[in-house]
Design a protein around this ligand. Sequence first.
Ligand code: 6PG
Length: 467
Amino acid sequence: MKEQSNFGIIGLGVMGRSLAENIASKGFSLSVYNRITEAERQVVPNFLKETTSHVVLGFTELKGFVASLKTPRKILIMVNAGAAVDSVIAEIEPLLDHNDLIIDGGNSHFQDTQRRSKALEANGIQFLGVGVSGGEQGALKGPSMMAGGQADAYESIRPIFEAIAAKDKNNGACTALLGSDGCGHFVKTIHNGIEYAEMQLLAECFSLLAHSHSYDEIAHIFNQWNEGYLAGYLLEITASILKNKEGNDYLLDKILDKAGSKGTGSWSSQLAFQLGVPASMINAAVTARYVSMLKEKRMQMAADVDRNNATLIVDVQKLKEAYQFARLINHYQGFEIIKAASEANHWHVDLSETARIWTQGCIIKSRLMESLVEIFKKETDLFRHPAIISEVKNNVESAKLILNNAFSLNISTPCISNSLQYWISITSEKSGAHIIQAQRDYFGAHTYQRIDKPLTHFFTTNWTSNG
Ligand code: 6PG
């Protein structure tokens, strides 16, 4: 009988292929499966031809694929999130044995993961929901992996995950079991939400600088920022994008300004809304992408609106400080969403460990993330940490100045604006919400609490007879 494989992968799209190559290159024997459709006929043969590994078996039918795996089997599904995951599970489950493990490595919604783990575990099949970040290169050379599920299931694949994951500065693998059931996919969703806002902030900094700087100058500025505390993968790639040319033209100038999205950004907002946690930076970034998609409308409106733009030049140092300010607010809000979800779902997510596995391999890896690993060991509320709070306070005036510039220049800056709005709101003792409470009670007798009475008591007023 043929030697059986340690691990199986279903789905050889970009991420599946890269993870397969990564796993095989670490010496684990591997079976891969891809369905056969007209468009995907050559996927498995091509992979087997291109792989440098000799320990890969390829399959286009599931029975042989499942039979080729050592028991208890470990199978990673890398297909599009949503219905495709359910249909793959429905196809393989009857072929599996008690204690076999299915891992969903896509960007699945955490509630789907909760539903799937419950159903599979009831049938004796183990299940892990794992967020995998880092894109194609990350998957190939070392991704960041956020797992959710049962500890014994994670233990069984930990050696493989630790071998393929990116390594942090202490050579620790950027993979961890963060909590049970949908926890890993929840954390990955919020990772993407933070990613959306970080990307939007860079787009805003670029737009403000492009008013009075060449692309080469902006790339130089971003590269300089990237040498200090603002260093991060997204900043680095943005500088590199600005250098890219097609003949004499910048490639960037050929790209249509409509930003796509696959859903995890808006999920982050929806989940934060459901938890009642402010996520104004992510909301602003998601909305900015949606507004960008209205290109025809924007063109039509732009033609109808006269603008007298100011001629000022944005102060690069102030912009740097505003960017720093907004990033801190973004990270604060992102981690607050994870904290709230962890509490609601009893996941006990370790924020320091989350930050640690985000220091390498993932899209939002940065120097700030490095410092959060240590900060979260002592304080889970970033606004109670002296270094963070003084950074925020020191940079708030720059954010105001930059926003004044942005309004004068008619440059859209929804994320920087929301960072300042949030800061002003969260540091205001009086909020204006007593007016909302009075309005709610006026039209709907929704009741209100009083500052001069115990908060356990709720009051209502007949406002028309009182006024
Ligand atoms: C990652 C990325 C990756 C992808 C997201 C966002 O961590 O490697 O987040 O998962 O870029 O799905 O995609 P959209 O921008 O298309 O929503």
